[in-house]
Design a protein around this ligand. Structure first.
Ligand code: SIN
Length: 528
């Protein structure tokens, strides 16, 4: 173990929208900050976000109340209404700050263009580059970070959040290819590592979305909640049964602009399913597609966007158009084959609306954090907004907390060995048993795979990732096994209905042996 010889006020882990927003704001507030990523800066889920940012703009006839109502309806009874209102009300200022930082949205010269996505009853999703919103946000934030000479440490995996002998956060244990293990001392750590879509064999997520932050937070003693709610995006380009890894998204905004969902016999999938039809909340659409695929004995359905015409598809949806054309599908002429795939982690590390976790000195923001905004099913395009709002708020909270907190003592050494399961076996069993339609037997089988571990020293970044995904999968499975009802993204074939007694969040922490255990159920409204 070598020391990286650096002591900072704040170490931010992750360089997506939440991480970079936090790091930039922390630097503005005068904190010594460093942003660490296991890959290259910008190589994360933010880049792949298409649809946009859901935000209520002045003068549009929309209201925060209406946005709150849509978010609560999508969240299926598990949102924290206070957090929802606080985060959504902060949206317009967060989008302005992002535009000040250089992000250019469509219609920027006048009124921003707005579209609709699943679960929204108003046109309130602003977008950039047509369907390349995440890429534009990432471009602006990375540009600002580089212009401001924000220290960016690439290619360093974090194996542990280190604490001192009082339990306060004191730094990070790092592991880099070619430079071995080391310690970065920090008075505060903000985890913004994104989600865990890559626990599944097929996902819309970047390679690195393997649940690292969830594992780090759990090992540091943090409380997590709502982990069973893994959102599947209903329309991911279907390129064949053998597809593995990240698959191209086909944004919901295409449905917002008039594309329709058909089964392979040409029958509309959403007829009679929900009053919002093809723009129902995402969990409803993904479940309806899954049911229809089972009924028709196929592994995909069709998204017919031909009525939009070639020019609109090329200019308004250039990313989707290019992905389809690369697979030999001209969306102006033929319907696009699509199927649901793992997309978003609705739960995560429990935080307040300033990003504080239950561990002193540890903060979380973005997809990894469970603020109470998403409940059992995230409303489309609320996530980039949450990353912007919560990244900035967490930085402010760190600055305020450090002004009155004692300095941490020397970090205790990281553990020597970590339980690691076989990543391909974990992915296979998560896909087979923890997707849309789960039951007790399947969840038990998947848990057995995630718990068939050997205790290993972590010698390479890939080892670190394997240890993280093993623990993250076990934690998701513990929560999914405990929730014996269906709600939001958690669809149990053996408990097909929602139950009033389950209108509460399930929290997961590690027991003394480091095994995820379902801890206290949490009432709607958040941590007491
Ligand atoms: C999409 O564009 O359909 C995805 C947006 C999101 O996940 O919020």
């Amino acid at each position: 173990m070598t020391s990286r010889q650096l002591t900072v006020d704040l170490a931010v882990v992750g360089t997506g929208v939440a991480g970079l927003t936090a790091a930039l704001r922390a630097a503005e507030l005068g904190l010594r900050v460093v942003a660490v990523t296991k890959t290259a800066v910008g190589d994360c889920n933010t880049r792949w976000a298409q649809g946009g940012v859901a935000v209520v703009l002045p003068g549009t006839g929309d209201s925060v109340d209406a946005h709150v109502a849509d978010t609560l309806a999508a969240g299926a009874g598990l949102c924290d209404e206070v957090a929802v209102r606080e985060i959504l009300a902060a949206g317009p200022a967060a989008v302005s700050a992002l535009r000040d930082c250089g992000a250019v949205f469509d219609g920027d010269a006048g009124d921003l263009e707005r579209t609709r996505e699943g679960g929204h009853r108003a046109f309130r999703v602003v977008h950039a580059g047509g369907d390349a919103t995440g890429a534009e946000i990432e471009r602006a934030l990375v540009g600002a970070a580089r212009d401001g000479r924000l220290p960016l440490v690439e290619g360093q995996s974090v194996t542990d959040v280190l604490r001192d002998d009082t339990g306060r956060v004191a730094g990070l244990a790092l592991l880099g290819d070619g430079c071995g293990a080391g310690v970065l001392r920090a008075r505060a750590v903000l985890l913004a590592t994104g989600g865990l879509g890559r626990l599944y064999a097929v996902s819309t997520n970047a390679d690195g979305a393997t649940g690292d932050g969830l594992a780090l937070a759990l090992r540091a003693g943090a409380m997590t909640a709502d982990l069973e709610f893994v959102q599947f995006h209903p329309t991911v380009l279907y390129v064949g049964a053998g597809a593995r890894g990240r698959q191209p998204l086909v944004t919901e905004a295409i449905r917002g602009e008039g594309a329709v969902l058909l089964d392979t016999t040409g029958f509309p999938v959403m007829t009679g399913v929900h009053p919002l039809g093809a723009l129902a909340p995402r969990d409803v659409v993904a479940a309806a597609i899954t049911t229809r695929m089972a009924q028709t004995g196929t592994d995909h359905v069709l998204l017919d966007a031909t009525r939009l015409g070639g020019a609109v598809l090329r200019h308004r949806f250039p990313t989707v158009h290019a992905a389809c054309m690369a697979c030999g599908v001209d969306p102006a002429r033929v319907p696009i084959p699509v199927a649901p795939a793992a997309h978003y982690q609705c739960g995560g590390v429990v935080t307040d609306t300033s990003g504080r976790t239950t561990v002193p000195g540890l903060y979380a923001a973005g997809e990894l954090a469970r603020t109470g905004l998403h409940g059992a099913n995230r409303l489309a395009s609320n996530s980039l907004l949450e990353g912007l709002v919560m990244g900035a708020r967490a930085a402010v909270a760190v600055a305020a907390d450090l002004a009155v907190s004692p300095r941490p003592g020397p970090p205790l050494p990281p553990r020597e060995r970590y339980p690691v399961a076989d990543r391909d076996a974990v992915r296979h069993s998560m896909s087979a048993y923890a997707g849309i339609g789960r039951d007790a037997a399947g969840l038990a089988a998947a848990s057995a795979v995630a718990r068939a571990t050997t205790r290993r020293r972590l010698r390479t970044p890939r080892d670190a990732e394997d240890a993280g995904l093993t623990l993250a999968a076990a934690a998701v499975l513990a929560a999914a096994s405990a929730r014996t009802e269906s709600r939001g993204c958690h669809l149990r074939t053996d408990h097909p209905r929602a139950a009033v007694r389950w209108r509460r969040s399930i929290t997961v922490m590690l027991d003394a042996e480091g095994v995820p255990m379902v801890a206290q159920p949490m009432p709607v409204g958040g941590v007491a």
